[in-house]
Design a protein around this ligand. Structure first.
Ligand code: PEP
Length: 259
């Protein structure tokens, strides 16, 4: 059976306390539980992962980390490995633009993605052009190159666990969500680039999602797009009521699509 679409909540460096993290989880449990069309996955900061794990028991909500390191263990102060995460959660994000902006290269992203996929984690690999590249009409070539370089260690066997997120940098946290038509074109390119690397059948299995200022008012515009397998949500995932609305409307769109 094909993988379900995914609504992924990237909490970034939030919230500040374990109590707030618990309240946020409790606020979305009901919406997530009352549907079976969408995989809801939350990505708390590392420090809250084990506490959140306990709260998620029996809810159907999946859990992930916002980053990982490629070596399984050893002298790497401050790192958390994909191998460690695999014992605790199902998901990881690699190559988020906020990490790329702090110096993470395509080569590093490729190593992280390779380790995460080898550890059997469902892995969201983020790609997207910045404002300057967008304005210069380079969006297509930038994301195609990023997919090629970031998936250097991925293979057809990974396709069920691989999610590619189109996240234009200029849309992240800015309130300037991408025009759905632009997002659609970029998501098609991303799938085509993945297909070239891992083959046609595997390329169809890969999930491609959109991220960048998605909220309750605009989420349907993206999940309704052909071949859009969900959204990666930052800011709006920190508001339990709003994220619950997004879960309900996304599940509604996908359930209408299969009827
Ligand atoms: C993100 O963090 O991946 C993201 C898309 O953030 P936001 O929804 O706040 O733009």
């Amino acid at each position: 059976m094909a993988n379900k679409p995914v609504l992924a909540a990237n909490w970034k460096l939030n919230p500040t306390t374990a109590g707030e993290a618990a309240a946020l989880v409790q606020g979305i449990v009901e919406a997530a539980r009352n549907q079976d069309r969408v995989t809801v996955a939350i990505f708390p900061p590392f420090l809250w992962i084990l506490g959140v794990l306990e709260l998620l028991e029996g809810t159907g909500i999946e859990l992930g980390a916002q980053d990982c390191f490629w070596e399984p263990s050893g002298p790497y102060t401050g790192e958390v490995s994909a191998a460690m995460l695999a014992g605790v959660c199902q998901w990881v994000i690699v190559g988020h633009s906020e990490r790329r902006a702090m110096g993470e290269t395509d080569e590093v992203v490729a190593r992280k993605a390779g380790a995460a996929l080898a550890a059997k984690l469902s892995t969201i690999v983020c790609v997207g052009e910045n404002q300057e590249q967008h304005d210069a009409g380079q969006a297509a070539q930038v994301v195609t190159a990023q997919v090629g370089a970031s998936l250097a260690q991925a293979s057809a066997d990974d396709s069920e666990r691989l999610v590619l997120a189109y996240e234009p940098v200029w849309a992240i946290g800015t309130g300037k969500n991408a025009d759905p038509e632009h997002a659609y074109k970029q998501m098609r390119l991303i799938r085509d680039a993945a297909t070239k690397l891992i083959g046609p059948k595997a390329g169809q299995n890969v999930r491609v999602v959109y991220g960048g200022s998605v909220n309750a008012a605009n989420v349907e515009q993206y999940v309704e797009l052909p071949q859009c397998d969900g959204c990666l949500v930052g800011g709006a995932s920190l508001k339990a009521d709003e994220f619950s609305t997004m879960i309900r409307s996304t599940a509604g769109v996908y359930s209408a699509a299969v009827q």
